[in-house]
Design a protein around this ligand. Sequence first.
Ligand code: GTP
Ligand code: MG
Length: 223
Amino acid sequence: MASANDSRQAQKDAADQNFDYMFKLLIIGNSSVGKTSFLFRYADDSFTSAFVSTVGIDFKVKTVYRNEKRVKLQIWDTAGQERYRTITTAYYRGAMGFLLMYDITNQESFNAVRDCWWLELLLVYTWRQAKICLMGFVCVNKGDPVVSSDLSSDLLDCLVGFEFFEASAKDNINVKQVFERLVDIICEKMNESLDNNPSMVTNNKAPKLSENPPPQQSGGCSC
Ligand code: GTP
Ligand code: MG
């Protein structure tokens, strides 16, 4: 459970205008797959087994560092329930990265990904406008799987450009890594789009993302 200090810090972070880049990210997927838990684990390092279904949409802010640049992640946690779809899809526009989650103990949540239900929504609500739109599957493992790993990898084979992670908010598996990878990919894409301004691009080796501020020194950023 987040403390009052944590919550004050979160409010401060959200209002903080001191950043070099802001990446808008969205977490989508069926209700109860673990989207909110995933975000809470990442942003607050907390987990609760109580299920409080998200109403509409919520967000958290986390600042990470890449080279000497502050990257503010604005991470939107969408409600999976159908009745909030009009609200949640309104936030797709302008997002630079998506995490599409399903739960391997929940066949329906996998089917919604497999049958391109979520992808169609993304096509309609982002791809026509978004400069960068990336997705990763986060497959949450909550117990005995009903979706076999073969099915997950078949799905991945069908969808070019997607990445797949098996993760657990409860056991803190792959949570930070998923966000790091997403930010890495966005930075790589930004590099590609900076072809006309080579002075902004340092090299192809993107340094590891870190939560700690860099030492004071000058230098370029590969973002
Ligand atoms: P909506 O807000 O309705 O869209 O659901 P959600 O996707 O945000 O699901 P939420 O994160 O609220 O999690 C649903 C339930 O799954 C909660 O009871 C969580 O405690 C549980 N849960 C989430 N992640 C894990 C995990 O990695 N392992 C286990 N065992 N349970 C998890
Ligand atoms: Mg939720």
